[in-house]
Structure formats: structure tokens, C-alpha cells
Write a protein that binds this ligand. Sequence first.
Ligand code: GDP
Ligand code: MG
Length: 202
Amino acid sequence: MENHPKKEQTLVIIKPDGIQRTLIGEIIKKYERTGLKLRAMKMIQATEEKVEQHYLIDPEWVEKVGEKSIASYEKRGVEPPSRDKKSVGQKVLDGLKKYMTSGPVIAMIWEGNQAVGVVRKITGGTEPLSSDVGTIRGDFTIDSYQMADVDERPIRNLIHSSGSLDDAKAEIAHWFTKEEIFDYSLIAEEILYDVNLDGIAE
Ligand code: GDP
Ligand code: MG
């Protein structure tokens, strides 16, 4: 049963701006009401090392984020500070270390069918200005690549969520010990996952 689709897990972190904006409850509600199950949750003051290790879990992340950042400059017709993906990505990472340690964060593990994709869908795209309406980033904040670039800081977008199943597995191991993860059933799982739906009608 360990590999059943209902067992997929993903990591969510409410970033310091999410906590400062008093959006903890709103954010949790968005994930909770989908039917995903909360397997673990804790508040942490992260260190810069913890944040750096987190983003370096995907060895290609620095280059990918550099590429995305250069593309966002070009889309706006602005010359990027450099054409070197690695150095642009490294600058984003340096900023993230400061941003993510500026106050406490809340880390959570959400579990259920397609948890990684469901959580990414609800979280929304990286840039709040262009994130879809209805997503957390799209509805609850207003940052943009343009303003973040003018101020030379990372986009403030309230949430981190794992980008792939492999990342999710490694990120969960990075933020949680086995003892911090709770195994329990939810009544709602019967209607989400039971094959037969016996025992509902009286
Ligand atoms: P995510 O998976 O949507 O969170 O995005 P990434 O993994 O690509 O980047 C991690 C975080 O770095 C984002 O959530 C933003 O806070 C920040 N960030 C990413 N790309 C850029 C960028 O091009 N410019 C700036 N200023 N910040 C960025
Ligand atoms: Mg990411």
C-alpha cells in the first residue's frame, strides 16, 4: 500500500511573509479543503545553511532559476545583470537565504493523490502578479519580477511547495525527522479513496 497514489507526499513551507501577513489559517485552509491530509507541521526559525541546502537539493535549480530570471528581464525588455545563468541563479539564492531566515516559517507535509501537483496548482506560479486567480500567490499578494528586480531581492510569494516528486522526497527528509510525521486516518479518506463505499447508506 506504500506506493498507492493516495500516499503521495509533498512539502509546503509558509515563508516569513505568509506569517507576517497573518495568512497562516487562510493558506492551510486552501490545502486542507482539497482532501489532502496534513501528516506533519512545525514552526521553525531556519538558518541560512538550512535554506541553502534546501534549494540545492535539486542540483540544477541554480541554473534553472537563473534562466527563468534572465527570461523575465528579457520579457520586459530590460537587460539582465548578467547572461550567466549560474551567477544570476546564485544571486537569487543569496537573496533567498536572507528572505527565508527573516522570521519563522511553517513547514508542512501534505499527503494524498497527486499531492505534488495539487499543491503546486493551489500555490500558483512563482510571480504573484501573473499567478492564476484563485491560487494562494495570485489572490493573497502582489509582488512582481519587476519590483523584486528593482529592489534586487527575491520575489515574495508566501509559499514554497515542492516542484517534483523527487524534490518532495528529499525536501521532506531535509525538514522533518520520522518522529515528527504522524500516521493516522481521516474519516474523509473513505469517500476519497474507498473502492466500495459500503457502510454509508443506512
Ligand atoms: P517556485 O518553485 O515557484 O517557488 O520557484 P523557484 O523554485 O524557481 O524559485 C524559488 C524562489 O526564488 C521563488 O519562490 C522566489 O521567491 C524566488 N525567485 C525565483 N525566481 C526568481 C526571479 O527570477 N527573480 C527573483 N527576484 N526571485 C525569484
Ligand atoms: Mg521551486
